[in-house]
Design a protein around this ligand. Structure first.
Ligand code: BG6
Ligand code: MG
Length: 225
């Protein structure tokens, strides 16, 4: 029998399952404005996929701003308060188009599925979307020490799924997430702009109209290379 092309998938959350990347950006910008500067859309790419603490350091650097540790903690709390306000009304309808159908297909075919997110809010959001049912494992920002591009989040998820990372496909919208997937030994599908995510093994614009057969076809093509 032919070896299966993959045995499981790991999904990033923000920007892959739900369009919360924009809320992270808006919250950071609100914080930055309070401090007297702006962050631009193009700065957002470097904020994707990394922890709240690491993001704050980047935001402060953008504004050329230094703060004592105590003030940093206040900023982290404010940013999260803004973010929680944005996401409080999320419902199942806010999942990105086609992603639920794709998860359903994977589940029907008995593939193992994990979440691999840097967000400490990930479990709450998955719950709001009513997506907990799709995941055999959830690894979020409360479970890991190191931010993407470090592979910790994906190695942990692979271990929980009990699958060799080489047999796992990671779906990511962040450059640092693609790097983390590769460092873990996984295959990476870039979800979003293919120019930004040029290091991915496979690129898709989103899940709308995307099926497991499409994934299998791309994986076969890669394997044949
Ligand atoms: C990642 C996002 O998934 O989670 C980042 O891409 C975010 O933008 C990070 O900063 C941490 O999220 P949270 O919810 O713990 O502040
Ligand atoms: Mg993301």
């Amino acid at each position: 029998m032919a070896k299966p092309l993959f045995e499981g998938c790991i999904f990033d959350l923000d920007g892959v399952i739900v369009d919360t990347a924009k809320y992270h950006f808006l919250s950071w910008n609100k914080l930055a404005r309070n401090l007297g500067f702006e962050i631009k859309e193009e700065d957002n790419e470097q904020l994707k996929g990394i922890s709240r603490v690491d993001s704050l350091e980047i935001v402060l650097k953008i504004g050329n701003y230094t703060l004592p540790q105590k003030e940093k903690l206040k900023c982290l709390k404010s940013k999260n308060d803004y973010y929680l306000e944005y996401v409080q009304k999320l419902t199942a309808k806010d999942a990105l188009p086609g992603v639920e159908e794709f998860l359903q297909e994977l589940k029907k075919e008995s593939y193992k599925i994990s979440l691999g997110s840097a967000s400490a809010n990930a479990r709450g959001i998955i719950d709001k979307l009513n997506f907990t049912q799709y995941f055999h494992a959830i690894v979020d920002g409360t479970d890991v020490q190191k931010s993407k591009p470090h592979p910790e989040v994906f190695l942990r998820a692979s271990a929980l799924l009990q699958i060799d990372p080489k047999k796992i496909v990671v779906f990511e919208d962040a450059q640092k997430g693609i790097k983390a997937a590769h460092s873990a030994g996984c295959l990476a599908v870039g979800v979003g702009d293919p120019e930004v995510l040029s290091e991915a093994d496979i690129n898709i614009k989103g899940f709308k109209g995307y099926s497991m057969n499409d994934l299998i076809r791309s994986l076969s093509e890669l394997a044949a290379k």
